[in-house]
Design a protein around this ligand. Structure first.
Ligand code: LFR
Length: 483
């Protein structure tokens, strides 16, 4: 049977990778050809992305992919962040990082002015202080924004540099807070409230559409064939990850677990009830016009920041996880959805401070602190999925946990235990797979999304965790006032 080769550029908050995939009706085979660190820049003007370094990483990765002769290239990254272009198409300054604190005052002020209920009715998004609409409100009056002629989200900006073509891929556009949740078009009233002309936002395009072909410069630099296409994929990494969830039933929940845990449901339509707003659920767009009804949880960021504070890297994880596994259960718990943990730095001290303030014992060793973090994440997964089901009137029988977190056995088992549901863990590289599968869709005429999910399941064989007793978890959830 016929297979084709595609290249996925997948940019994460701590690293980028380029993965080559051979995809056919019965085949899904991945090769990672390049991986590079993504190191944010801390400058007097705030926390930024090193977008030039990222572009070089993309080009190096595509050069490594060139020998495989991919038919097209797709780019995904984290959401909400953007670059501004002037009237000649030049980039106006370094994009800000969503963990920059410049929105601290502007975001609540915007909500206050617009009205929380009115805002949710328009854009259907959970309140996160870094939503693009709030970043723009914070940048109001700056020289950059005043001279901006176009705004491009990160994957769209890199796609522009590769092809010369501009546009706004819709799954990522749906995270900005500027897309109308009902019409799925840019919202002029929201743009106006953010202080920008709606024309800045560019034309929307759907996953699977063609962006353009490589410009001569990048073609020459990478060695890719001159006609190589750049395809719009689900350019929001979470949308790509959800697209790759290897579900075999419709009654599934997911946790896309990496730097963030994004826990929720795939729905046919948004839920914008007052109860959904009060519970801070988001309605982001997925492939095939689906809605990703989910909530952000701090995720492995909490672990990464503890390691960084301790001067350790990922190689310390297996030992630390063993210590976490044998530390006392439910000794100390935090709300893993709390935005107080958003900014970098001093994570163990910030957690300890919160534990003291809530009258809980502070774990004496690193294993104990990580146990607190992982149990708290499992509780947040439980709370979020249970609330999602209640708000959407749905029932689930299995939870798919995809992304790097699928490697963490304690987190997978505890998520299953807390929920009283089986957890199917993996694939770890769900985001890259979702990126590839959307490109391959054209090459697989007639394949439904369900077929593609079964293909991912057959190729990647998720590991199944059966739930053990939920008793301790019910009491722990009650302590945090969670479902
Ligand atoms: C995950 C993610 C989340 C988004 C956050 C910030 O990588 O894309 O979905 O809320 O990063 O962009």
């Amino acid at each position: 049977s016929h297979s084709d080769v595609f290249a996925a550029v997948d940019l994460g908050a701590s690293s980028g990778r380029v993965v080559v995939g051979r995809v056919g009706p019965d085949e899904l085979a991945l090769t990672e050809v390049h991986r590079f660190p993504n190191r944010p820049l801390r400058l007097p003007s705030g926390l930024h992305w090193d977008i030039g370094g990222l572009y070089n990483g993309v080009l190096d990765g595509l050069r490594a992919a060139a020998g495989h002769a991919p038919r097209s290239v797709g780019i995904d990254s984290w959401a909400v962040d953007y670059g501004l272009l002037d009237d000649s198409g030049a980039l106006l300054g370094l994009p800000h990082h969503y963990r920059d604190t410049r929105t601290d005052g502007a975001a609540p002020a915007f909500v206050e002015r617009f009205g929380a209920a009115e805002l949710y009715a328009r854009n259907g998004l959970q309140y996160l202080p870094f939503n693009t609409v709030f970043q723009l409100a914070a940048a109001r009056g700056t020289a950059q924004l005043r001279s901006a002629h176009a705004l491009l989200l990160i994957p769209d900006l890199l796609g522009y540099w590769l092809t010369g073509e501009r546009g706004a891929e819709v799954t990522n556009a749906s995270t900005t807070g500027l897309l109308d949740v009902a019409t799925r078009r840019w919202s002029a009233p929201l743009a106006e409230a953010a202080g920008i002309d709606v024309a800045l936002l560019g034309e929307l395009r759907a996953p699977g559409e063609r962006i353009g072909t490589l410009l001569p410069g990048p073609a020459e630099h990478t060695g890719l064939a001159a006609g190589t296409e750049v395809a719009a994929v689900a350019s929001h990494d979470t949308a790509s990850a959800v697209a790759a969830v290897p579900a075999r039933t419709e009654r599934f929940g997911y946790v896309s677990c990496g730097t963030w845990s994004l826990a929720g449901l795939e729905l046919g339509a948004p839920v914008t009830t007052e109860a959904a707003r009060a519970a801070n659920f988001t309605n982001e767009l997925g492939v095939e016009g689906t809605t990703r009804f989910l909530r952000n949880i701090m995720g492995l960021w909490l672990v990464q920041e503890c390691l960084r504070d301790w001067g350790l890297d990922d190689s310390a994880l297996p030992g630390l996880m063993e210590e976490a596994g044998s530390a006392p259960a439910f000794a100390a718990l935090i709300d893993a959805g709390d935005p107080r943990y958003l900014v970098p730095g001093g994570m163990p001290a910030r957690i300890a401070e919160h534990l003291r303030a809530t009258g809980q014992p502070v774990p004496e060793d690193r294993g104990g602190l990580l146990r607190c973090v992982l149990e708290s994440l499992a509780l947040a997964h439980r709370d979020t999925l249970r609330r999602a089901c209640a708000l959407a009137g749905r029932d689930i029988e299995v939870v798919h946990l995809v992304g790097g977190g699928a490697r963490n056995e304690l987190l997978c088992q505890w998520t299953a235990d807390a929920l009283g549901l089986p957890v199917e863990a993996g694939p770890v590289e769900a985001t890259a797979i979702g990126n590839l599968v959307v490109q391959a869709r054209a090459a697989l005429p007639g394949a439904s999304h369900g077929d593609l999910r079964r293909l991912v399941h057959a190729a990647e064989r998720p590991r199944r965790y059966e739930p053990a007793g939920t008793a301790g978890w019910d009491a722990a959830a009650a302590r945090l006032d969670l479902e």
